[in-house]
Design a protein. Structure first.
Length: 216
């Protein structure tokens, strides 16, 4: 067998091993499969353009691979974002018509493609936001985590600590179900927020203090 072919097959096996390890270790099966498809496709296309084993062939392989990979990832992320935005709008329509009752239905949604609903709580600013991760972004410590909120804003939170239970004395990012089940106080906060969305309040994230509530 020609040495160039041996080198090609050896390199291909190395790539396959690396991508298999990456898919298992990092749990990114979809992106890994896309990278493999882009690599194989680029090699096939490049082999039709130049003779295998030449420097030109390898340059073409690299260029086409990166072009396919970048274009494919942009398309893939665009489709995911569109799907998340559509799911978010459907949930928002329910809450705008049913208020807290509609929001609680989100807690019982057990479908495989349901959105990841979160509560951002800032006690010092007396604010609370409920939003969904329509960007399908991974939650990572010390990295901005973006949410599309029910009040129509896109906000971000930078988690600096993994919170295993609700602590109303500090800023925190919590799963919606976890926050609601914590206590009657947190359940009421969520309910009042949803009712404000139903009523069309422009700033439902601004929590009213007890004195203000008594004056209403």
């Amino acid at each position: 067998m020609d040495r160039s072919l041996l080198f090609f097959y050896g390199l291909f096996i190395v790539f396959m091993g690396y991508y298999a390890w990456k898919a298992k270790k990092q749990r990114v099966l979809t992106s890994t499969l896309w990278q493999l498809a882009a690599l194989v496709t680029s090699m096939i296309l490049a082999s039709l353009i130049a003779e295998s084993g030449t420097g030109t062939w390898w340059v073409i392989v690299v260029v086409i691979n990166f072009a396919l990979l970048a274009g494919g990832m942009i398309l893939f992320l665009g489709i995911k974002f569109r799907r998340g935005k559509k799911q978010f709008q459907a949930a928002l329509n329910i809450i705008q018509s049913q208020g807290a009752e509609g929001l609680y239905t989100l807690l019982h949604d057990e479908s495989d493609h349901r959105l990841d609903w979160q509560v951002i709580y800032f006690p010092e600013q007396n604010t609370l936001e409920i939003g969904a991760n329509i960007y399908y972004q991974k939650w990572v410590l010390f990295k901005k985590y973006y949410l599309r909120t029910l009040s129509g804003r896109t906000v971000y939170f930078v988690p600096d600590l993994l919170l295993v239970e609700v602590d109303l004395s500090r800023n925190g990012l919590y799963a919606l179900g976890m926050f609601v089940r914590h206590s009657k106080e947190t359940a009421d906060l969520v309910g009042h927020y949803a009712d404000a969305i139903e009523s069309g309040v422009k700033q439902p994230w601004k929590l009213l203090d007890e004195e203000h509530q008594q004056k209403r």
